[in-house]
Design a protein around this ligand. Structure first.
Ligand code: FAD
Length: 292
């Protein structure tokens, strides 16, 4: 006999966990994660920064809409703070100056605290970057560093408290649909629900295809991030998250270290069924970082 639910969530990253959290208010939820723990892939490897100035306008609006939850999570959700002050700096080259000015004006109009600053001022904030490659900077002081672990566990704990069934090592065998009911078979169990949420991250297309739905063109990518010590005499802890405007690279203070996502570090990896982003550690100390 299949176990019946109102919602089946496939994938236990931050998207699946938050969906389970919200949907568990409305009905019985089963969350199926194929790895041995939730958050195993992108979610636990994220730089975990919430910036309301980042990405396309639609992302900025969504980020701003969720900022309040992280600043003041519901009672019982977490025992630690979800968001710590960080700040963000976006660096624009001469040909991006106009676009940076337009972004700043739009953000200010929407109530996001930010200001345009000279590259000289930006250079004092992040002395490691070759500022001569840039013409103008946007500083967003309200950008925060999120505690992904606390967030993920808060969602899962609250969902469980409301009766959600969270299952790991739940490898999906088949996905079928009959009379408007989805049936998901895992190793030795079958689950059914009228609503299926595909939150399998980079593998969402794989899940969609198994359900007989069209692919959207998602490709799992391998990503590289490096961490390294700041140049001697520099204290990186107070540096803001720093991006070039086109986001070919960024750097972020991680404790006493600097985390850097270098250019061209995303590669398709079709050989791996569940490719993991690579986090490599570099022992080298750099004196300067350049986007060139
Ligand atoms: C290096 C790096 C830095 C990042 N920095 C930031 C940042 O600063 N700010 C930000 O907002 N975002 C950042 N991101 C992006 C962010 O991490 C992702 O957008 C987010 O984690 C995606 O969550 P997800 O739940 O969609 O995917 P995932 O966390 O990948 O979760 C998908 C889950 O689905 C499971 N799954 C796959 N197939 C199946 C299946 N068939 N059955 C069951 N389960 C399945 C997987 O095992 C996985 O656990 C960063 C990402 C990386 C890699």
């Amino acid at each position: 006999m299949p176990s019946s639910f109102e919602f089946i969530v496939l994938g236990g990253g931050i998207a699946g966990a938050s969906a389970a959290y919200v949907l568990s208010r409305h009905g019985r939820v089963a969350l199926l994660e194929k790895e041995s723990q939730c958050g195993f892939h992108s979610t636990s490897r994220s730089a975990a920064v919430l910036s309301c100035a980042y990405g396309p306008r639609s992302w900025q609006i969504l980020s701003a809409a969720s900022a309040g939850f992280y600043a003041e999570p519901p009672e019982r959700f977490t025992e630690t703070s979800l968001a710590k002050p960080l700040g963000a700096l976006y660096l624009g080259s001469a040909h991006e100056e106009e676009s940076l000015r337009m972004r700043a004006a739009d953000l200010v109009e929407r109530g996001v605290a930010c200001e345009l600053i000279s590259t000289e001022t930006a250079g004092r904030m992040v002395p490691m970057v070759h500022m001569e490659n840039f013409a103008l900077a946007l500083h967003e002081p309200g950008c925060v560093d999120l505690d992904t672990n606390a967030l993920l566990n808060g969602y899962l704990r609250e969902a469980r408290r409301r009766g959600a069934k969270i299952m790991v090592k739940a490898e999906i065998g088949s996905i079928t649909r009959s009379s408007s009911i989805w049936q998901i078979a895992t190793g030795n169990e079958t689950f059914e629900a009228p609503i299926l949420i595909d939150s399998a991250g980079a593998w969402a297309d794989e899940v969609a295809a198994r359900a007989g739905l069209p692919r959207r063109g998602l490709t799992p990518l391998r990503r590289t991030a490096i961490t390294f010590a700041p140049p001697a005499g520099h204290e990186a802890r107070r540096w803001p998250m720093t991006f070039d405007l086109a986001e070919t690279w960024y750097l972020k203070p991680e404790g006493r270290q600097i985390m850097c996502h270098p250019p061209t570090s995303c590669r398709p990896n079709p050989a791996m069924r569940s490719p993991m982003p690579t986090i490599s550690r570099s022992p080298s100390t750099v004196s300067k970082a350049s986007p060139a």
